[in-house]
Design a protein around this ligand. Structure first.
Ligand code: SF4
Ligand code: SF4
Length: 116
């Protein structure tokens, strides 16, 4: 299985020079990965596919899956991971906000005779 460029590609060209095998080309104005040259970056100095690592979009370059259900589960897992991370983001945001708010409350001077 090789990687392929998707419709999410914004033609930034970053992956062109990043690909260690020169597999990424522009054909008829579209970015395209030659499956005969793409090695999934195996056997190179990189531990992750460079077209994915350099792509500024979420999935401008993805592994091409021949099997429908394999592809379906891959997309499902990515979406779930994305949503789960978002949940973490808002949990963290709320925790930091609450902590900062509590710190600010501690700094507020209370007039004499009023209990906190
Ligand atoms: S996975 Fe690696 S070899 Fe294949 S197109 Fe992407 S950067 Fe090039
Ligand atoms: S890095 Fe991503 S957005 Fe940029 S040309 Fe390559 S696939 Fe397209």
């Amino acid at each position: 299985m090789a990687y392929k460029i998707t419709s999410k590609c914004i033609s930034c060209n970053l992956c062109l020079s990043a690909c260690p095998t020169g597999a990424i080309k522009i054909v008829n104005g579209q970015h395209w990965i030659d499956p005969n040259l793409c090695t999934n970056c195996n056997g190179t100095a990189y531990s992750v596919p460079q077209c994915v690592a350099t792509c500024p979009t979420y999935d401008g370059s993805v592994i091409e899956r021949k099997d429908y259900w394999e592809s379906w589960f891959h997309t499902y897992n990515k979406v779930v991971t994305k949503l789960t991370k978002k949940q973490d983001y808002w949990d963290n945001w709320f925790n930091v906000y609450s902590q900062k708010f509590a710190e600010q409350l501690q700094k507020v001077s209370i007039p004499d005779g009023i209990e906190r």
